[in-house]
Design a protein around this ligand. Sequence first.
Ligand code: ASC
Length: 125
Amino acid sequence: ESPEDAIEYRQAAFKLVGNVFGSRLGDVARGDVEYDAEAVKQNAATLKVLMNLPWDGFGEGTQGGNAEDKVWSNKADFDEKAEASIKAVAALDEAAQSGDLNKFKAAFADAGKSCKTCHDSYRKK
Ligand code: ASC
């Protein structure tokens, strides 16, 4: 896989994650859109799948795009943070499936922290 293909792949995956997390679920978490439990359940289940996708796009020698070179020189830590985000989103899905808005909001905030932790270290500013 060429670096260009890998970059395109991971950016496409993050685009979907950003849309489902930041907009579809974020609008509800922030109270900008009325809580529709079924829609939240569906979007959270989708996000749980999506959150597994980007990481395959960080193969050896695919430096570039918005990723800091540290991703590759510090791969074990990067992988740990990726795993933490997968777990946080799985917990978000579990909270969403409970149908309890407050549980959803708390899990949404936790998942957002896991996004930010990784961005702070590994996404170009
Ligand atoms: C989003 C988005 C991010 C994360 C992050 C959470 O909606 O686009 O990058 O949440 O801001 O802190």
